[in-house]
Design a protein around this ligand. Structure first.
Ligand code: ZN
Length: 175
C-alpha cells in the first residue's frame, strides 16, 4: 500500500515536473496567467521569463478606492504585461537566486512573490529520481537472484523465503 502510494506520488510529481519544464520554456515567449479581481483586492498568478509569480494588490481599509463594483468580480486569463513594475517606496524587498519578495504600502498594499521555475522543476524531480533509483536497485537484484527487499544472495534457495529478512521470494529468484 505504502509502495503503491509512492508510485502514484512519483508519477504525479513526474507529470508536474514535465509541466513545469514546459511552462518554463514557453514563458520566454508568452506569459500566461490568471487574474482574479474583487472590489478591494486583486490577485494575479502567472509565469514570466522562467519564473512563477503571485501578486496581490489591496485597497486601503475604509478607503473609497475600488478595483470595480461587486458585480465586476471576475476570473480571467491574462496576457502580458502582468508582471507589474514594483512601485517606488518599497517597504520590503528580498531577492535570492531568482526568488523574490516585494511589499509596498500605503496607500495600496502591493505584494509579490516570485519562485524560479528551476526550483519547481528540481523539487518535483526528487520523487521520480528516488523512484528510478529504487527501480534500478530492484532490477539489479532481480537479475542477480538477490532478495528484492534486502539484496541477500538467494542462489540455490528452495524455501521460497529470504533467510535474511523473511520476505517471500517471487518467481525465478530462487534458482
Ligand atoms: Zn531479504
Amino acid at each position: 500500500m505504502k509502495r503503491r502510494l509512492f508510485n502514484v506520488a512519483a508519477l504525479v510529481s513526474l507529470v508536474l515536473c514535465a509541466l513545469t519544464v514546459l511552462v518554463w520554456v514557453v514563458s520566454f515567449w508568452v506569459q500566461p496567467g490568471v487574474l482574479q479581481v474583487w472590489p478591494q483586492r486583486l490577485w494575479s498568478l502567472g509565469v514570466t521569463r522562467g519564473s512563477v509569480f503571485f501578486h496581490e494588490v489591496r485597497q486601503p481599509p475604509g478607503g473609497s478606492g475600488t478595483f470595480g463594483p461587486p458585480w465586476a468580480r471576475r476570473f480571467v486569463l491574462t496576457r502580458p504585461p502582468h508582471r507589474f513594475t514594483a512601485p517606488n517606496a518599497l517597504t520590503d524587498e528580498w531577492r535570492f537566486a531568482g526568488f523574490e519578495y516585494l511589499r509596498r504600502s500605503p496607500p495600496l498594499t502591493f505584494r509579490r512573490l516570485t519562485v524560479p521555475c528551476w526550483f519547481l522543476a528540481l523539487a518535483t524531480a526528487v520523487a521520480p529520481a528516488l523512484w528510478y533509483r529504487r527501480y534500478r536497485t530492484r532490477r539489479a537484484r532481480d537479475l542477480t537472484s538477490r532478495c528484492l527487499a534486502c539484496g541477500y544472495d538467494l542462489t540455490g534457495n528452495v524455501s521460497g523465503v529470504c533467510p535474511e529478512c523473511g520476505t517471500t521470494v517471487h518467481g525465478g529468484a530462487a534458482a
